[in-house]
Design a protein around this ligand. Structure first.
Ligand code: ZN
Length: 477
């Protein structure tokens, strides 16, 4: 099937798109149609994936990440370090993503450190503006673990539950991520999602998308979800979920929880976040947003349209995590970046957005200035320790996730990332930073940005050198 590349004036007029200069060409996005059935810790599924070649290159191979294989026994890059062994709440437990068939194809194989990469040779080359559709059948077995992909103690976490196309970098090829114990080792382009899930009827499903339909089928429920222009899709199931709903502007907001004595307050916070970030940076990208309480060994985890928040957090930590993950809807979900080597971009911006939000909304009782002071203290402590141990400190922020120590990663991505935007505010002025972030969001929503793209968005001499000095570790803080 050929893509439609030409913006026909007559169609534009019929659609009400009058100013010709404002009528941009809409590129065809890749499409994932996922048909899945969940029962007893296992997901049987097929993904019908349509690839649209919008590059100038021909493809004879596609590469997909199979993050479920990081949970295999004997994995060299397991998702959690020994320090988080308690996330396996019943002791050691393993999962995997087993590929059963790929068709049509000229062959396929697993590679990557732990079989976390699926390489599919295409039957015919796909030239620019051409497309190909292939179906991957697979079984995902879930470990019992409070983590992104697994059976948590009171919910089933279906993050990263399907083969996802690696991000393609023009002239470089597909970017292959190893799973990493630091950060979020994910990097993908936006696509359209249609997901059908069959699960035992007692489960309530929270998903990244809008629920299109839900119907009973014997003792099961079949739900279909849809989400367009998103770089991932996640689902959480629980038999215990209660649901609170509200609205912020045109956005339908839901809070799925099973243990929260101040659930109304949590719901109000995320509605306030959606409204505040929409005003500060640009309109929220989707029609729905769900915050989902679940078993998760870190504070929270962001997916487009859906956020995990850990059921182990205290009140204030939960509110902070919910705000941080909600900010990721702008910085990660809408504006993407390479989360393997540029993790500070979305983490630093999510922290900066959080600090701005809590400074403007004092009623939540979170001290934004204290957060900034804590970031400076953490940076100083890291530099002192590194200098004592290694003779010098390396605070560069452009290393692959696996090359950081756990504490080093948190300080550099979150604390130093936050301090970068505070420094830009001091140097350029708050209004220039605010205008720059609005521009950055408008220009790169639905796309992937680089550090240079971010710096250029501020349109001020000096922004690039500040960003570069933070990234390469030469900035003195
Ligand atoms: Zn984050």
């Amino acid at each position: 099937m050929k893509r439609i590349m030409v913006c026909v004036m007559a169609l534009a007029l019929a659609a009400g798109c009058l100013p010709f200069s404002a009528c941009s060409v809409q590129k065809q996005r890749n499409i994932y149609k996922i048909f899945a059935e969940y029962a007893d810790g296992e997901l049987q599924a097929a993904v019908e994936f349509s690839f649209f070649n919008d590059t100038e290159e021909a493809f004879d191979e596609l590469k997909f990440q199979l993050y479920g294989n990081a949970y295999r026994e004997g994995a060299q890059m397991p998702p959690l370090s020994a320090a988080f062994a308690s996330a396996y709440y019943e002791g050691k437990s393993y999962g995997q993503m087993e590929i059963e068939s790929v068709s049509p194809s000229a062959g396929w194989e697993l590679s990557g450190t732990d079989g976390t990469l699926l390489c599919v040779r295409l039957e015919e080359e796909v030239y620019p503006d051409e497309s190909v559709t292939l179906t991957i059948e697979y079984t995902l077995t879930l470990a019992k673990v409070n983590h992104r992909t697994g059976i948590a103690e009171r919910a089933v976490n279906l993050g990263n539950f399907y083969p996802i196309l690696c991000a393609y970098e023009r002239g470089k090829g597909f970017y292959e991520c190893d799973y990493a114990q630091n950060g979020d080792p994910f990097y993908s382009a936006c696509a359209d999602y249609f997901v059908q899930l069959k699960a035992p009827a007692e489960y309530v499903a929270a998903s990244s998308g809008q629920t299109v339909s839900a119907s009973a089928e014997g003792a099961s429920k079949v739900s279909t979800f849809e989400l367009k222009n998103a770089r991932d899709f996640a689902i959480v199931l629980s038999k215990d979920f209660e649901v609170l709903q509200t609205q912020a502007g045109d956005t339908q907001i839901a809070y799925y929880y099973y243990s929260d004595e101040e659930a109304e307050k949590t719901l109000r916070l995320i509605a306030d976040c959606i409204a505040y970030f929409s005003k500060e940076y640009g309109a929220y990208a989707y029609e729905t947003y769900s915050l989902v309480q679940t078993g998760f060994c870190f504070g929270g985890m962001e997916y487009p349209g859906l956020t995990y928040v850990s059921d182990a957090l205290s009140s204030q930590d939960k509110l902070y995590a919910a705000a941080h993950e909600t900010a990721h809807q702008w910085w990660y979900a809408a504006v993407g970046n390479n989360q393997d080597v540029d993790a500070w971009m979305d983490e630093g911006l999510a922290e900066y957005a959080c600090v701005q939000f809590f400074a403007a909304r004092e009623e939540y009782g979170i001290d934004a200035d204290a957060r900034i002071r804590a970031a400076r203290t953490a940076m100083n402590a890291l530099c002192n320790v590194q200098t004592q141990v290694f003779g010098q400190a390396d605070t560069s922020m452009n290393r692959p996730l696996r090359e950081y120590g756990a504490y080093e990663y948190v300080v550099l991505a979150y604390d130093k990332g936050l301090l970068l935007f505070e420094t830009l505010e001091d140097a350029l002025g708050a209004s220039a930073v605010s205008a720059g972030l609005k521009r950055y969001y408008a220009d790169f929503s639905g796309k992937t940005a680089t550090p240079a793209d971010l710096a250029a968005s501020f349109r001020r001499a000096g922004a690039l050198s500040i960003v570069q000095s933070f990234v390469d570790g030469t900035a003195v803080l």
